[in-house]
Design a protein around this ligand. Structure first.
Ligand SMILES: [Zn+2]
Ligand SMILES: [Zn+2]
Length: 292
C-alpha cells in the first residue's frame, strides 16, 4: 500500500496533555517506592502482563495494527480494553502511528519516532512534543480505515482513559494506597518506558538477522521487558507475522498467548514468517513486504 507522506502534519512545541500526565505518572511511580507491599507488587506484575502482553503486544500491535491473526469481535474488543489500561492512547491513534512507522521507517520528519532524529527523540521526545499520536482525523482515517468504520473502536478510542480511571478507583478503595500506586502509577510508567524502548533501543542496539532497509534490531532485553516485542528486526522483515521470536531462544510470550488462543479456537488465520526465514542470516527482504 503506497501512501502519501505526511510531512506537513508534524507540529512542534510541548504536547501539554502528554507532558503533564507523563510527569504526574513518574511522580506517582517514585511515590510507590515509599509504599511497598506484596499485594502492590503482585497487582503491578499482573496488570503489567494484562495491559502489556494481552493489550499492547497481542491486541494493539499484532492484532489491530498488523492483522497477524483473527479473533472473534468480542475478544478483539476485550484485548483493546486491556491495551487501554496501558494509557498509550486509544487504539486508533496508536495503530495509525505505528502503521506510519512501518510505512515510512527512518524517514526524518515522517517516521514518528526514528532514532535518526536523536535517541531521546525516539524514546520519549516524540510523545512529549509536537504531534505525538494526535494526528488529524484525515490522517487517522487514512492509516486506520478498518478501525474507523467500527463504531465500537471509535467509541473506545474516544474514552481510552476510562478503564484505567475505573480500575484506579477500584484499587484505591478496595485495596488502599499501596496497591493503587503500584498497580496504576508504577506499572503504567514502567510499561511506557518498555514500549518506548521498542521505538528507541530496538532501532539502535542489537543484532540484525535480516538485511531490512531500516535500522531495526533484535534486542533480547527489550524482548524480555515487552513479552517479545524486542525481536524487532524479525518484525520489520515480516510485519504481518504474528510470531516475532523465530528461534527457540527468542522468547516471545505474546506469541505464546496467540498460540494459546489458537488452541482454544479463539485465534485463526495466523500469519507467520516463511519456514526458511531463520536459516538464511542477513537475507535480503524485498521492500514490498514492508507495508503488509
Ligand atoms: Zn520499528
Ligand atoms: Zn509493528
Amino acid at each position: 500500500m503506497q501512501v502519501e507522506p505526511i510531512i506537513n502534519e508534524r507540529k512542534s512545541g510541548i504536547h501539554r496533555v502528554n507532558a503533564t500526565f507523563i510527569s504526574f505518572f513518574h511522580v506517582g511511580a517514585v511515590a510507590a517506592l515509599f509504599f511497598p507491599s506484596w499485594q502492590g507488587i503482585v497487582a503491578a506484575v499482573f496488570l503489567y502482563w494484562l495491559a502489556g502482553s494481552l493489550g499492547i503486544g497481542m491486541g494493539y500491535h499484532r492484532l489491530l495494527t498488523h492483522r497477524g491473526f483473527k479473533t472473534p469481535k468480542w475478544l478483539e474488543y476485550i484485548l483493546t480494553v486491556c491495551g487501554m489500561l496501558a494509557l498509550q492512547d486509544g487504539a486508533i491513534n496508536w495503530v495509525a502511528t505505528h502503521r506510519i512507522h512501518h510505512q515510512h521507517t527512518e524517514v526524518p520528519g515522517v517516521d514518528p519516532h526514528t532514532p535518526r532524529e536523536g535517541k531521546w527523540w525516539s524514546h520519549a521526545g516524540w510523545i512529549l512534543t509536537g504531534t505525538a499520536q494526535q494526528h488529524s482525523e484525515s490522517v487517522l482515517r487514512r492509516y486506520a480505515p478498518d478501525l474507523y468504520k467500527d463504531r465500537v473502536h471509535v467509541f473506545l478510542n474516544r474514552f481510552y482513559y476510562m478503564p484505567l480511571v475505573i480500575l484506579g478507583l477500584i484499587l484505591l478503595f478496595a485495596f488502599g494506597w499501596s496497591v493503587f500506586l503500584w498497580g496504576v502509577f508504577f506499572r503504567v510508567t514502567l510499561a511506557l518506558h518498555a514500549t518506548w524502548l521498542v521505538n528507541s533501543a530496538t532501532h539502535l542496539w542489537g543484532s540484525r538477522r535480516f538485511a531490512t532497509d531500516d535500522d531495526s534490531r533484535n534486542n533480547w532485553w527489550v524482548a524480555l521487558l515487552t513479552f517479545g516485542e524486542g525481536w524487532h528486526n524479525n518484525h520489520h522483515a515480516y510485519p504481518a507475522a504474528a510470531r516475532h521470536g523465530l528461534a527457540w531462544y527468542e522468547i516471545d510470550l505474546n506469541w505464546w498467548g496467540i498460540r494459546l488462543l489458537q488452541l482454544l479456537g479463539l485465534a485463526k488465520s495466523i500469519k507467520l514468517a516463511p519456514l526458511n526465514a531463520i536459516s538464511a542470516p542477513q537475507q535480503f527482504v524485498p521492500t514490498a513486504t514492508k507495508s503488509e
